[in-house]
Design a protein. Structure first.
Length: 715
């Protein structure tokens, strides 16, 4: 195992940030030809579209969720291809979102997904032997692979091993070789400074006689003889490795050739490399994302232009997994998760100043990555006599820190006494927040009534006085709930806490701090404040009132129930209840992925069928516990580990059309089940138990069930 250097933590962030920048740069011209981009944009050296919020993308979904196999599987760091295959099934909704679902035998990922669902194990699920060379050698083998290089800094042997297993779940042949090559390039980029050496070393990890190696050697040879004009090299690539020479929707070889071209002609410059890659056309977001990851690691944060690339991204990332609270994942969260796994793989402990972040508050806003903003946003609420647009800046700063070395500096100009300035994290998103419906995102909140908002603030000595209070906003009423207000002590950090009261029918969509400027009325002044360590703690206490839930319409073919994510089946609202129906199975989830010990109470009414479930400790489509009403005469506690199995059961006569109130307590690895206050089942799971997860509802076989309410509280 390779030794971890502290500098690798920042490089992991730079690589993951570079990946997201590349995806965003390429997304608006995805599928365009070189000629289209040249004729319309000429030199396309910036983002061509100013996205409102950039929706989820398959190029980021795959890398950040497949790597969770390291933590989820029984094999841990010794993971198998099937472990990665089960991560794919676990975090992906059935034929919706996450990937391009082009049909069996058309879309490589769709084909492999259905193979896995129907019992074909990885690596056969993605193999040439099973799916044919054209399907197996499409581009996905390399576009979902970046995190396997990031998690193995300067350890190309292990990066190649992991990448081979991960790529083989969905791909075969050159599709796998491309995954190995890109992951090894990323791993090598942590230390290798010479790009040509990096490419040559990465080539040694794939067969010398494969088509991928032939392409890399040909493009490299062309560069050696014609190093001045990348456009001439693109014509060579198009003539010799173009789309017309390979089958399928999006073959790996033409797009990989563009990657090699840009790495060689990019003059070891992050911006030049990703823009050359993008201007070549074809699968631009995929190619530029891979190149952004390689160059992000290689050049580090100092090589990524802040105003040109980072400001627009603002560390924001939306995903479209089946676990809705994991779909609100900023870029530092992803980078910290990768770094945590990298230390586990290396068998080492992270530096002391990173332990708190990686092990206790991995999704907090800690600002320790230089330049990071954690998707913090600013808005204002002026006093009644003012109606103006707030002028402000937010920058990552090393001037002050509550914990660690860095914080976020907020500067607002021309603020009038009495004005309120809100610095906040969005904790829920709706269709109105996004530029488009790319890869069908859907969300559960990351903050709930009953939990506590923690944030630290400081105002410097060189500005006027102001007041501060932590706050949350309830989205349906617009109500803002505040902590006690404090007068900011200049030059001193103050910790603000707000415990959100128990609520029914609420949905929290903002959390942060509200500053109120003090001073003389109508005299413009400046507000400067530092923010640090924004995180949420505690257990939820709230009730879902389905009469207040809504249908969120993303597109005509994409609707979701507010704060729920759907695995499969028909989910709809009717007469103040949530209804779930299916021909085979249906499941929907809500709540926090990181909830640990809690009690949840469901009121449900079976309407059709013989298997009606309520779920808890849900970690995805393959990982959860459930309490099920079975066969009209049984209640059972079940565990889903790539298929439900009964842990314990009891005779229980239940009837269609009758409502039941089932309560579950999950405390550590012990679970207890009640019906209307009567204790029915107990079980202690000592076999790889699930110790955290959200909640959900499900129906198996042919059935329909109505859910009137769900109540959650700590235990």
């Amino acid at each position: 195992m390779g030794a971890m250097k502290q500098s690798y933590i920042e490089k992991i962030y730079a690589g993951w940030l570079g990946k997201i920048i590349g995806i965003r740069l390429g997304a608006s011209v995805e599928g365009w030809t070189y000629e289209n981009i040249r004729d319309i944009y000429g030199e396309l050296i910036n983002y061509p579209v100013d996205f409102q919020d950039f929706a989820a993308d398959d190029d980021s979904n795959g890398p950040i969720f497949f790597i969770r196999a390291l933590e989820d599987s029984r094999n841990g760091v010794n993971l198998t291809a099937q472990d990665v295959g089960e991560a794919l099934l676990n975090y992906t909704s059935f034929e919706k979102g996450f990937f391009w679902w082009g049909g069996y035998g058309v879309s490589t990922e769709h084909t492999a997904y259905l193979n896995l669902r129907n019992g074909i194990k990885a690596p056969q699920s993605g193999s040439v032997e099973h799916n044919g060379a054209v399907i197996a050698e499409q581009i996905g083998g390399q576009i979902f692979i970046d995190t396997w290089g990031l998690v193995c800094p300067a350890n190309p042997d292990l990066a190649a091993k992991y990448a081979e297993k991960a790529a083989s779940v969905t791909h075969g042949g050159n599709g796998v070789y491309g995954g190995i090559f890109v992951a090894v390039c990323i791993s090598l980029a942590f230390e290798e400074e010479n790009m040509k050496k990096l490419i040559r070393r990465a080539l040694t990890y794939i067969p010398k006689d494969c088509e991928y190696a032939r392409m890399v050697n040909a493009v490299t040879d062309y560069y050696e003889n014609h190093p001045d004009n990348w456009r001439d090299c693109f014509h060579f690539v198009k003539d010799n490795f173009g789309y017309d020479r390979y089958g399928g929707n999006c073959h790996i070889i033409p797009n990989a050739a563009v990657i090699i071209l840009s790495l060689l002609y990019g003059s070891d410059d992050f911006s030049k490399t990703i823009t050359i890659c993008n201007m070549c056309g074809w699968d631009t977001d995929c190619n530029t994302g891979n190149v952004g990851a390689i160059m992000g690691v290689k050049k580090g944060l100092s090589g990524i232009d802040d105003l040109r690339w980072r400001k627009q991204v603002n560390d924001f990332l939306a995903c479209s997994s089946v676990v809705g609270s994991l779909n609100i994942m900023d870029i530092p969260f992803g980078a910290a998760y990768i770094a945590k796994q990298a230390y586990a793989i290396a068998g080492e402990q992270p530096p002391e100043d990173w332990k708190e972040i990686l092990y206790k508050h991995i999704d907090s806003c800690h600002f320790e990555f230089p330049g990071s903003t954690h998707a913090i946003r600013i808005r204002n609420k002026p006093n009644e006599k003012q109606n103006k647009q707030l002028e402000y800046t937010i920058v990552n700063s090393d001037e002050a820190a509550h914990v660690g070395l860095r914080s976020l500096k907020l500067s607002a100009s021309s603020v009038i006494a009495g004005d309120k300035v809100y610095a906040y994290k969005k904790t829920y998103y709706t269709p109105a927040d996004f530029h488009d419906n790319r890869y069908q995102p859907c969300f559960s909140p990351v903050l709930y009534p009953g939990q506590t908002v923690n944030i630290s603030v400081m105002v410097p000595s060189y500005v006027g006085e102001c007041l501060a209070k932590a706050y949350v906003r309830e989205s349906r009423t617009g109500q803002e709930i505040y902590s006690d207000q404090v007068l900011c002590n200049k030059g001193s950090w103050q910790e603000l806490k707000l415990q959100i009261p128990s609520m029914s029918g609420a949905l929290i969509d903002e959390a942060g701090v509200c500053f109120t400027v003090m001073g003389e009325q109508q005299t413009p002044t400046n507000l400067v404040a530092f923010l640090d360590d924004l995180f949420f703690s505690g257990t939820p206490e709230y009730q879902i009132d389905f009469s207040k839930e809504t249908i969120e319409r993303w597109k005509s073919d994409h609707e979701e129930i507010s704060q729920f994510t759907r695995l499969k089946g028909n989910v709809y609202l009717e007469e103040g209840s949530l209804n779930l129906s299916c021909a085979d199975y249906a499941e929907a989830y809500t709540g926090g992925y990181d909830w640990k010990d809690y009690q949840v109470e469901y009121t449900l009414k079976p309407l059709i069928g013989t298997q009606h479930y309520v779920n808890f400790r849900v970690q995805g489509a393959l990982r959860s516990y459930a309490v099920g009403l079975l066969d009209h005469n049984t209640i059972a506690l079940l565990k889903n580990e790539n298929g439900y199995k009964i842990l314990v059961k009891k005779d229980f006569a239940w009837q269609v059309g009758k409502a039941y109130t089932l309560s579950i307590e999950a405390r550590g690895n012990k679970m207890t089940v009640w019906n209307s206050g009567e204790r029915l089942l107990e079980y202690t799971d000592c076999d790889f138990p699930y110790l955290n997860g959200c909640i959900g509802v499900s129906v198996r076989e042919t059935g329909r069930c109505s859910y009137q309410s769900i109540k959650v509280k700590g235990c």
